[in-house]
Design a protein around this ligand. Structure first.
Ligand code: DAH
Length: 345
């Protein structure tokens, strides 16, 4: 029995020594030290031994087990270290490889225009206001002096959701909302950029969804000349110091008087060309003095307060400024178009 145990030890140690991987080592452990292994098998014969020999054999069997266990453990450590070294070697990073180019996005041209206009007006003390795109008929029309059935509602073909709810056709509703929030007291000085919707067929100059910026100033003693000075500054900052403006009489239900502003054509300098349709002037926006009814409906005393308002289409400004000839380019997300407005290249 003693010999058999020693033989098993020698055999196991030899195998451990030659083991080339962790899996193989585990198999050896299971084969020699497991419950059904040869050592257990040998020990089953202990019953036949004398009382003297039994403890000796027991002790020897334990020594053999310990020796095999120790050999397996130290081999396991060696193999694990080798595996780490091998992994590190296979994962070395070649720092000399050329890097992959990082793609940097850029602001959409309409966002650039909005930010430029916001900066300009914020510099003059305006706050930026917002309103909902899904709007109540009241704010989109009623509070702006378009009663139900008023013919001027037809100027803006609307997407109605229910009798009282629609997709806003202009940002002008934010005028009424902002004044109402002020409870008819104190000055208002805001601009409001945002999306608007109209039942138009899309073509080079129309889009069923586009963007506007609304402006509103309400205070005591606000005059048409304040509006004119503000618009003149806006035109010069956006399109160049040599631009001139002219105001033409117009009609909007929420302003009285109402005007439309043209700027002198920057493409021909005013002599007439294709862009200005040979007039020398390009229409830019609608504006006017806030109608007393609009002030009163929002709770302002129209004897004490006056105001001016203006509204412009952002796409139109972007098209003129960047020389874009089709409004649909802003919404079709063609990278070749958008990349031209990158500040990174
Ligand atoms: N809301 C008008 C439109 O969409 C534009 C406009 C005209 C806004 C005159 C104004 C304004 O604030 O005073 O056609």
């Amino acid at each position: 029995m003693q010999e058999r145990l020693q033989q098993l030890q020698a055999e196991a140690l030899h195998k451990v020594d030659n083991a080339s991987g962790l899996k193989e080592l585990n198999d050896i452990r299971a084969a020699y030290l497991g419950k059904k292994g040869p050592i257990t098998e040998v020990l089953k014969g202990m019953g036949k031994l004398s009382a003297e020999e039994r403890p000796k054999m027991g002790a020897l069997a334990n020594e053999v087990r310990d020796a095999i266990t120790a050999a397996i453990e130290s081999k396991q450590q060696l193999l694990e270290e080798a595996a780490v070294v091998e992994q590190l070697a296979s994962e070395t990073i070649d720092v000399t490889l050329p890097g992959r180019p990082v793609k940097v996005g850029n602001h959409h041209p309409l966002t650039r225009i909005i930010e430029e206009i916001e900066d300009l007006f914020m510099g003059m003390g305006y706050a930026v206001a917002e309103g909902p795109e899904v709007e109540q008929d009241y704010y989109n029309f009623e509070a702006l002096n378009f009663p139900k059935g008023h013919p001027a509602r037809d100027m803006q073909d609307s997407y109605y959701i229910s009798d009282d709810i629609l997709l806003r056709t202009h940002t002008s509703g934010v005028q009424a909302r902002t004044m109402e929030k002020n409870h008819g007291k104190g000055p208002v000085k805001i601009i409001c950029p945002g999306k608007v919707y109209r039942r138009d067929n899309d073509d080079a100059t129309h889009s069923h969804q586009f963007m506007q910026i609304e402006g509103l100033v309400v205070d005591e003693n606000i005059r048409l000349s304040d509006l004119k000075g503000t618009l003149d500054l806006f035109a010069k900052k956006m399109f160049g110091e040599d631009r001139e403006i002219r105001l033409r009489p117009s009609f909007f239900p929420f302003t009285e008087p109402s005007v439309e502003m043209d700027i002198s054509c920057k493409f021909c300098g005013g002599t007439g060309c294709g862009v200005c349709k040979d007039t020398g002037w390009i229409e830019i926006l609608g504006a006017g003095m806030v109608h007393p009814n609009v002030l009163e409906m929002a709770g302002y005393d129209s004897k004490k307060y006056t105001g001016f308002a203006f509204g412009l289409g952002i796409e139109r400004i972007a098209m003129l400024k960047y020389g874009v000839d089709d409004i649909r380019h802003f919404y079709t997300n063609d990278n070749r178009f958008l990349k031209q407005f990158s500040v990174h290249e």
